[in-house]
Design a protein around this ligand. Structure first.
Ligand SMILES: Cc1ncc(COP(=O)(O)O)c(C=O)c1O
Length: 324
């Protein structure tokens, strides 16, 4: 069995990120709710992709790459953070984004430009088309002497997922220092890598602690997440065995992926107005609203010390209004 620290990793974020109890929310709901502030990881507006990119870009650098391709929706946080991290490493960054009718140049698209990424919007709904185009462009660049790496949507590969296994190790240490026994970990699931890493990390560093992913899209995450977690475990030669109650997916997609849900707005406002923390309407707002609804339904039973992993996403707030 290897340690995560043995794998190549490039330092991009400022870790550990803060971990603390949401005092006012915990009092209101009669449950100790802790937050892991990965929105404060020190790159751009923060967010979960930085932990994945520390592994993914380390591998790219080891392979001698100087150009990074990735993809996502027009307002992709992952694309924006890849642009920021590539800039930090002096790498060229090319983003092929799904246009899906977006015409406004706002939010993360503005940030992509500021970070110097080359953005191409494509009128397709298929990532296969996008990956084919990415490789066509990359091959042309390689003929001119560049070396390209291709990061799939969300950075959700086995290697990228390890970023969140490492995150569990980080907040397990913080919880120990705070004298807190973590009961449950909750986070947004968009492409699956973060939840997969949390599941793997919980098995290794917080055995018996359940991970609940709140799905903000409709992919079959029940299969995707454990598969990715198992592949990630394989990279470290760690055992991985599903156990009863180790992990569950709960859907909170609402009207659709990236479509803000009016029912989430009060939760987004509650966290802002009672704790001074911003959530976005595409990922963290849905995840937090989903968690609070589960709490109201008694899902967490007598488990205490829930951890909400704040995965960032604030850029979207500058591209869309909160519906009512
Ligand atoms: C802000 C934010 N939170 C959560 C997620 C979901 O993470 P994952 O794609 O690893 O499931 C994303 C993915 O794009 C994101 O941008």
């Amino acid at each position: 069995m290897k340690n995560i620290q043995e794998l190549p990793r490039v330092q991009l974020g400022v870790f550990p990120t803060p971990f603390y109890r949401l005092e006012r929310i915990s009092e209101t709901y009669g449950k100790n709710i802790w937050i892991k502030r990965d929105d404060m990881c020190g790159v751009a507006l923060g967010g979960n992709k930085v932990r994945k990119l520390e592994f993914l870009l380390a591998e790219a650098l080891e392979q001698g790459c100087d150009t990074v391709f990735t993809t996502g929706g027009a307002q992709s946080n992952h694309a924006m953070l890849t642009a920021a991290c590539a800039a930090r490493l002096g790498m060229r960054c090319i983003l092929l984004l799904k246009r899906r009718g977006v015409t406004d140049h706002r939010g993360n698209l503005v940030l992509d430009d500021i970070f110097g990424a080359e953005v191409r919007m494509l009128d397709t709904d298929s990532y296969d088309d996008i990956y084919a185009e990415m490789h066509r462009m990359g091959e042309a660049l390689e003929r001119d002497g560049r070396k390209c790496c291709y990061i799939p949507v969300g950075g959700s590969t086995a290697l990228g997922s390890l970023g969140y296994a490492a995150a569990v190790r980080e907040f397990a240490v913080q919880a120990l220092a705070a004298g807190v026994r973590i009961g449950h970990i909750v986070s947004a699931t968009g492409s699956g890598g973060t939840t997969a890493g949390l599941l793997l990390g919980a098995k290794r560093f917080l055995p018996g602690v359940k991970v609940t992913g709140i799905a903000v899209d409709t992919d079959p995450f029940d299969e995707i997440v454990p598969r990715l977690a198992e592949e990630a475990a394989g990279l470290l030669e760690w055992p991985f065995r599903r156990e009863k109650n180790d992990f569950e997916m709960v859907s909170h997609v609402g009207p659709g992926y990236a479509v803000p849900n009016p029912e989430d707005t009060p939760y987004i406002e509650e966290l802002a107005r009672r704790e001074g923390i911003l959530l976005d309407p595409v990922y963290t707002g849905k995840a937090f609203a989903g968690m609070m609804e589960l709490l109201r339904q008694g899902y967490f039973g007598d488990e205490d010390n829930l951890v909400f992993v704040h995965t960032g996403g604030a850029g979207a707030l500058f591209a869309m209004d909160l519906p009512r």
